[in-house]
Ligand binder design. Sequence first.
Ligand code: ATP
Ligand code: MG
Length: 419
Amino acid sequence: MKYDQVLVRFGDLMLKGKNRNIFIDRTVNLIRQNIKDLNVKMRKTHDRVYITINDVCLDLITNRLKRVSGLGSFSFVKVAENDLDKIVEAAVFMLNNTLEEDSTFKIETKRANKRFPLTSLETSQEVAKKVLPQLTKNFKVDVRNPKQTLHIEIRDEETYLFMDSIKGLGGFPVGVGGKGISLLSGGIDSPVATFLAMKQGVLAEGIHFDSSPLTPVESAQKVIDLSKKLALYTPNHEFVIHMVPFHNIHMEILKKVPDPYLITVMRRIMFRIAEELAKKLGILALITGESIGQVASQTIESFHTIENVTNIPILRPVLTYDKQEIVNIAHELDLYNISIRPFEDCCAIYLPKNPTTKPTIRRAEEYEANLDIDKLVSDAVEHTYKWVIKADSDLDITNYGFTTLEAWEAIKDDSISSK
Ligand code: ATP
Ligand code: MG
């Protein structure tokens, strides 16, 4: 079966009034970025994009288009001249090649080109009448409850025939919603949350709190590998990750904060650092992978006590998702097998035996009085370093040292994976 083109639709973006053209242009740029290495050509009209397929494999094109946020749906189409006989010829070809055994079908026509001599309904009826004797198997028409539908769109320039629409990511082109800093742990939830924010148009940069050598350097490598996957959804296929050397802070907390408040205080410090960094970068929101009730520390009381130290919107895209829903997305995006590698980050190592589920601000402040919070935060922000991870990078920091910082020092000039 040889299709001629891919027909790409923008879905909800078409409803966006004044911003519509900007959103569409951004989506088109994302499409261009994702197919630029393929032997295809792209043509934009006011409401859709057509991509010639040439000899490119359909799975490859599908895979690329599924990375584009803002893209509503797409179909593989056969193109015919605006002429009934030519349309019938293409319809016979489509039906014979795509209908499944024992299938029933109907034909649905949309005639945008009013100069075409038949109405939409007449076209469907005429084409059906003429294709039936030419079908290779005993397919039946069922206009009420068909298993498959052949769509015929008669436009000014030519006619497009297609069967299914494949769903795109939907949402908005990444970047139109501004920027957010995403607290990326290496677990299952935060990369999914990061993706969901990007899908809705927020360009995310990651921040990771790295406690190596208290935590293994492989734990930071997970974050780097997740960043490579997330980079596929950014406009230039790069994902920025800010590494915060967290070892000293982690040690201080272990020494000075009682077990039930370890996680609470650790999170409050993470949020402070992330907010400081956001301010420095002119970024207006944080993103986390928190999900209500998922673990003891993710209660409303806990959110309340933790976010009390910040004054910045906190987006929690998976707040109300259950674990299975998050895991399903992690699988779809190929993140899951990275997230479950058995290396613990700072929140998973030395887990408190009895974390409080109802931490209070007063108690947290009491324990923090034993720490020089301002200095810990400003030191951490000052020593944070930035890695720019390209989607096709083969960066493996575990080859370069026992700590992430050592690896950074060793390879920071490597322009392929960092800058
Ligand atoms: P995840 O699967 O994302 O690790 P989780 O359900 O394991 O989430 P926690 O480990 O309690 O939950 O962390 C809650 C959130 O805090 C994470 O989703 C992430 O946004 C942030 N976070 C935790 N640890 C780190 C870390 N080391 N670096 C950056 N962010 C972190
Ligand atoms: Mg975690």
